[in-house]
Write a protein that binds this ligand. Structure first.
Ligand SMILES: C[S@@+](CC[C@H](N)C(=O)[O-])C[C@H]1O[C@@H](n2cnc3c(N)ncnc32)[C@H](O)[C@@H]1O
Length: 277
């Protein structure tokens, strides 16, 4: 079973364990989905639409979130990992959920999923090969009136999360990414926790550790090229208040196509024009 920081399995978690690390993870991960469900419920109600929504939960992990979303309508969960999909089918199936194995980097597969009233993508953008192309696919996958909820870390993760994570995205870079890919932010939400380094060490050395720890050489390589992140960790683990664990979540509305920049080609052309003006 993959580690809990890569994917959570709420039914298997020891929420009162050492330093309550798994309890914090549980809260953070489930809160994201509850926020998404409440936002979408409120948003579509404002639009005079209740129920019967078609929702995609892309990179659904163990499937608990797809089940949360299914209170709003038909919810399709997709994940790369066949074991996660099987677990989701066995643990979170109901008449409004379905689970499919698939790769969010494979645009032919993504296009084959069809259109949705809402695309929910929690803890995914940091995993995909090309974040801009992925967001542009979300734009295309929305039915008229549709919206997306995305969430990803707001803190440094690349030291412990390589190779699962391909990037860290600051709040400012997130806004740039949304603008470039044709979205405006309607609502946002931030979660922030501080994890005590002693509790983290206890968790990762515990026999039932659920947190993936990369090999030492990987940490060293990363810090050699990112010394400021090493300095940040040194600060957090000494005089700071612990390791910062936080994320950023947004309800995104697609801009009308005329205001959006839907393809890479167009944005390159725009850059070229700017450089000659
Ligand atoms: C941190 S988990 C998030 C799961 C769930 N959305 C949640 O918030 O609990 C990331 C998930 O993304 C999946 N994943 C990573 N890369 C993927 C890809 N290219 N296509 C589909 N799923 C992917 C992983 O298997 C993992 O289950």
């Amino acid at each position: 079973m993959a580690g809990i920081t890569e994917r959570v399995y709420p039914k298997e978690m020891d929420r009162n364990g050492v330093g309550n690390i798994q309890g914090v993870m549980y809260e953070v991960f489930t809160t994201r989905y509850k926020v998404a469900r409440n936002w979408l419920g409120g948003y579509f109600q404002e639009q005079g639409r209740n129920g019967n929504l078609r929702i995609l939960d892309i990179a659904c992990g163990s499937g608990y979130g797809t089940e949360i979303l299914s209170s709003l309508g038909e919810s399709v969960g997709v994940d790369l990992d066949p074991e996660a999909v099987e677990y989701a089918q066995n643990n979170y199936s109901n008449p409004r959920t379905s689970f499919v194995e698939g790769n969010a980097d494979d645009f032919d597969f993504l296009e084959s999923l069809g259109k949705f009233d809402a695309v929910v993508s929690l803890a995914t953008v940091e995993h995909v090969a090309d974040a801009q192309e992925y967001m542009r696919w979300i734009y295309r996958a929305l039915r008229p009136g549709g919206v997306s909820v995305v969430c990803f870390p707001s803190v440094v993760t690349m030291d412990w999360a390589i190779p699962h994570h391909k990037r860290d995205i600051s709040r400012r870079a997130a806004r740039r990414l949304f603008r470039k890919t044709g979205f405006e932010v309607k609502w946002d939400f931030y979660q922030n926790h501080r994890l005590d380094i002693r509790h983290l060490i206890n968790e990762v050395t515990h026999q039932d550790n659920q947190i993936p720890v990369p090999p030492l050489v990987q940490w060293l390589k990363y810090y050699l090229t990112h010394p400021h992140h090493l300095a940040l960790r040194a600060y957090e683990t000494t005089i700071g208040r612990g390791i910062h664990f936080g994320d950023q979540e947004y309800l995104l509305k697609p801009l009308p196509e005329a205001d959006a920049v839907p393809t890479k080609a167009r944005s390159r052309a725009a850059r070229l024009r700017e450089s000659f003006s």
